[in-house]
Ligand binder design. Sequence first.
Ligand code: SF4
Length: 697
Amino acid sequence: MNGYMGEILRIDLTHGKIMTIPTRDYEQWVGGHGMGSAIFFDLVKDKAIDGFDPANVITIMTSPLCGTLVSAGGGRTEVQGIGVQSYPIGWFTRSNFGGRFSTMLKQAGWDGIVIEGRADRPVWIDIRNHTVHIRECRSLSLWGTDTRTCQERIWEYVCGKGTFGDWLEPDGEAGGKTTQRPAVLTIGPAGENLSRMACLMHDAGNSSGQGGFGAVWGSKNLKAISVIGTGDIEIHNPKALLKARLRQTKTYAFDLDNRKRKPLATVFDAFPRPVTLFGSFPGSQRPTEGHRPQACVGCHSGCRGRYESGVGNEAHCAGTAFYSDASSLDIQRRSSDLLNRYGVNAFEAWRGLEYLRDLNKAGVLGPGEEIDFPLSFKNYGSYEFIEQFVKMLAYRNDGRGHTSQAGYDLGEGFVRAAERWGRLEGEKGDLKTGLLNFPYWGFPNHYDPRTELEWGYGSILGDRDINEHGFNTLFWDVLISRFTGTQPTATAEEVVNIYTDKMIPFQGDPLMMDYGTENMYSEHMAKLVAWHRHYTRFWKQTALLCDWRWPDFINPYAPRKVGSSGKSEQRFFKAVTGRRVTYRDGIELGRKIWNLDQAIWTLQGRHRDMVHFADYIYQVPYNGPSLMTSRKDGAWEYISLSGRCIDKGHFEEFKTRFYQLEGWNPETGYPTRSTLQSLNLGNVADELEHHGKLGTG
Ligand code: SF4
């Protein structure tokens, strides 16, 4: 099997056992999310357990494309298991991070890692090719360290005082040589203290942020996994891979010397998806010191930065926008580092800080106030303020080493904290007024369900803030054009034609791209959401193409602005594996994986009656900017979606349409036997039936 290493590492922390799973047992699921869901389904007998239960299984999976030259497809890693961040239930969920971990894992000979059980004392896992040890944290004093110190101590333990470029024989003379350091995935103090917003961190700025997996690791007494390998990854057709890569770079990649979107003057201007937001917009401060792009393994794009001073290195998207009220750019950049060092999820911290600020303005929260909060907002904007705040989130105390009930509550996540503070009750509850801007499953508002429909609907029909930017690119392109007085990359009609041409098997239905109020609950919109779920589950979360570059719909560098999706995905996949998985096959596999996930959520207790947004989404009009495509009087245009709500009754009708489209029971949302069997998931239907949760129909 080209692209695969042949084995998955399975570690039982409770019994200290190290085992293997042959990758071929899960080959039909290809890799990444597909394999992770299937392994979870097989190993976790009671799917209704809490995320902190030792029986929770965490999978950390690569794909056959990892470690290769596939454009923006070689460097991601998928993490899954029962999370602890979502509210009111910790759903089976996922996260994903970049860097060099998946490459190193494959070079060590593994396609993934499965973690089960709970160690009786803090441990870390030391992987050097096929030599694997579960080691106690005590000897290196790892427990209690921040994420960078932990990685540095492990590097020194494995490599001695050497650095990149020095030759190393990580598991002795027989195992081969490398000039690399181990790739380490670790938790910081936030994970150790079971903060539900704790991340897994790798290198300076790669975080697996959503889901609270840092806290799950903390509950398992797992501090870090270190991996170093010296092996090779077999490519089916290296020549074809190189050709595909060169074509992708030449025809579709961002060109620094020929920028198509000059107003978007980001540090590295990675249009169409700028992700380093330090000084992103005209008129704002930009780092002036020396810097260079930084990329995940094999990526042609390099969407993050490394700076001369080392401040804000590898910080990304929300991590760079967090604390945008900082009184200087330097403080903003240092605040990114704080999050990464303490292992805190940037998005939860960002929206949560806005909530606390508003409560403070309302005179409800602060020292000695109704919510007795140890942090004074008099210094809001300063470094001292944000350092204490991040420490509160990580240590669940007052941020200065003293116990604090409010600090402890914050570690439960902002929605649970608000619940503890009695802020969710009654007609003026904070999820009714929208003061607490967390619309889907207790996750912070990323893009608003009232306007960016595929994002909001996809999130509530799934398990988390989807964080998938395929259509969101359009939102930004049009919005920035409007702000800067320039033309969008394409007209609304061009956009609709190019996008919907690529949305197999629903292609040719332009109304899928009509975001107008008349169409927002229609079967066309149901198709858009379904397509997005299916494409993403396979091509981005299983094959592990990076969300920041895929799908490639509209591309200002391409001939006629038509991006490469539909052709490039399958070309890359074939070149690496030799296996013919067409673009359409991938989307169909994504549907299968999405169905398996829906079955797991059903076994966790999901019913259609639970699938609803926070109340403010139905009651309070959206008041931010948003421009998307809509058809009016027979012509396509970009329209403003500001000022609208979701109608609760009509959303219920939308859910019925969506469930029918997916072949699920529309009264319960449960998958049906006929749908599951058509996807070769008869065993999943059996388990649902055994638990009385198989949908009829
Ligand atoms: S686009 Fe950015 S996040 Fe994605 S693979 Fe490339 S460097 Fe990594």
